[in-house]
Design a protein around this ligand. Structure first.
Ligand SMILES: [Zn+2]
Length: 275
């Protein structure tokens, strides 16, 4: 899809699963389990979907999935599967910039890898990395709630490397802006590509799947539910006002959609958008 100066494409870097109850917070299972298939361990299967923006100067990849640095036990718990690089249609070497929405492992795990000698190295060797400074600081010293999500091998690699630390709402590239939000985790940023006729929005874990569009459908992982609700409402009002295309990072089947308020008064998918 063309949007202003960019050709925009979506790439499922891989799949994993998380506990369905944790993914839907206070929503009872008899409601959320109607929206998504549940396995025998109460988990739901989720995508790690990245956005790729290409113009004649840059190839910008937004988020990099779970990566490969998993031991057998955790790989099984999370049912981690990664798409082979040769099926993705781009090489890691050609990526000029990686924009990380936040450093939770399912968004930033792919940023580093082990070399054949077992040392940690950058998985996108030619890319500058862009992340909110507040999120990096948070990830360096995570609280108890988030310690399992911020893994040092995905965070420390940013130190002393080509990293651009962003402060708040800025435009790191032409026709791309980021907005800092703090409800899911401190210093998350979502992305807007605004050069085309309608904006393309990538809300990341503010709205991880299309099933999380109704305001009360939020994740148990969110660090501050009240802040998240306010941020989500603002996001959705903006998306409707501008008839934006919203891309869902973790949705197993609805990659992108336009949004409306349905007859019951809930935010919902108006139409699915194909890329
Ligand atoms: Zn997250």
């Amino acid at each position: 899809m063309k949007a202003g100066r960019y050709t925009v494409s979506l790439h499922v870097l891989g799949w994993f699963r998380l506990d369905g109850g944790a993914m839907f917070g206070s929503v009872p299972k008899n409601l959320w389990s109607k929206l998504m298939p549940v396995d025998e361990e109460n988990c739901i299967r989720l995508a790690t979907r990245s956005l790729l923006l290409e113009d004649n100067k840059r190839k910008i990849l937004v988020d990099v999935g779970n990566g490969e640095k998993w031991n057998d036990k955790l790989r099984t718990i999370f049912a981690i599967e990664n798409t082979p690089q040769e099926r993705l249609g781009f090489s890691r070497e050609e990526i000029s910039d990686v924009l990380l929405t936040h450093l939770h492992f399912d968004h930033a795990g792919g940023i580093s890898e082990f070399s054949p000698e077992g040392t940690l190295q950058r998985a996108y060797p030619n890319a500058k990395i862009h992340v909110q400074r507040a999120n990096f600081d948070n990830a360096r010293a995570p609280g108890l709630r988030e310690r399992a999500s911020y893994l040092p091998e995905n965070v420390d690699i940013l130190l002393g490397n080509e990293t651009n630390f962003l402060d708040g709402d800025v435009e790191p590239f032409p026709e791309v802006r980021v907005k800092r939000v703090d409800g899911h985790t401190v210093g998350q940023q979502y992305i807007e590509v605004f050069g085309g006729p309608q904006p393309i929005l990538f809300p990341t874990d503010l709205i991880p799947t299309s099933r999380h569009l109704p305001l009360p459908y939020n994740m148990g992982y969110d660090i501050c539910a009240n802040t998240l609700l306010e941020e989500k409402k603002q996001f959705l009002e903006y998306a409707i006002e501008h008839d934006a295309i919203v891309v869902f990072e973790h949705d197993p089947d609805v990659a992108a959609a336009r949004i409306h308020v349905n007859q019951k008064g809930h935010y919902a998918v108006k139409e699915v958008v194909e890329f």
